[in-house]
Design a binder for this molecule. Structure first.
Ligand code: AMP
Length: 222
């Protein structure tokens, strides 16, 4: 489904493990809008930057300045033509303010924000069972979405890995960080195009609701 000529800025907000990565990949294909995942960008940087690797493994947030620089570089490039789905950004009010200024400056529309809600215990179960392909980043889940190729990626045969920050202690730390920052962020976007939806359902149902919101009449009118 193409939405040619319409630049949309979609922000997927949610705790770690709410399905932002899965849903943004699906939406990207469906709407033909690229995704920018700051987590993916930082994991790539971490391969040659020990300090970033340490922060990610500890579940700590990377500095606003660094993340904003990386997103800005993307948005000033070809994404200003197509719009973008943002996965994992903004994560602080300072990042949200930065994004606002940048969108204004680039003449891009206000973002549409969809907040995926999943309870803490469900998140913990999801994340400890998450496995990822280190080559193509496809995400699997031992319980709900096992790879048909067993311990390897269905797409490229690479051996799946558990992310350094998907251990129980680090997951709880990331979740507490999320709880601390989410209220100010939601307050920042409330009153705009902000939607909170139940992310604790079959991913196909979540995708369908997301598509209704993003491609629906209110989004078109915006
Ligand atoms: P994610 O893949 O979105 O769960 O992100 C993985 C890790 O990357 C996070 O735990 C943070 O350490 C870092 N990270 C991702 N996005 C941001 C952001 N917007 N601001 C700061 N740190 C981030």
């Amino acid at each position: 489904m193409s939405h040619e000529g319409r630049q949309q800025i979609v922000i997927l907000l949610g705790a770690p493990g709410t399905g932002k990565g899965t849903q943004s990949a699906w939406l990207s294909r469906e709407l033909e809008i690229p995704t920018v995942s700051t987590g993916e960008m930082l994991r790539a940087i971490a391969q040659h930057d020990p300090e970033i690797k340490r922060l990610l493994a500890a579940g700590s947030l990377v500095s606003d300045a660094m993340v904003c620089r990386a997103v800005e570089a993307k948005l000033r490039g070809e994404l200003s033509e197509t719009g973008v789905i943002l996965d994992g950004f903004p994560r602080t009010v300072a990042q949200a303010e930065f994004l606002d200024h940048l969108l204004d400056e680039l003449g891009l529309p206000r973002p549409l924000v969809v907040h995926l809600l999943v309870k803490r215990d469900a998140l913990l179960a999801r994340l400890t069972a998450r496995r990822q392909c280190p080559k193509c980043s496809t995400v699997y889940n031992l319980q709900t979405r096992p790879s048909r190729a067993g311990a390897c990626c269905e797409l490229d045969g690479e051996r799946l890995v558990q992310r350094d920050d998907d251990t129980e202690t680090v997951i709880l730390r990331r979740y507490e960080d999320y709880r601390r920052i989410v209220t100010p962020l939601v307050n920042f976007y409330k009153g705009e195009q902000y939607y909170a939806i139940n992310g604790d359902r079959d991913p196909r149902l979540v995708s369908s609701e997301l598509l209704d919101i993003i491609a629906g009449p209110s989004a078109l009118a915006a």
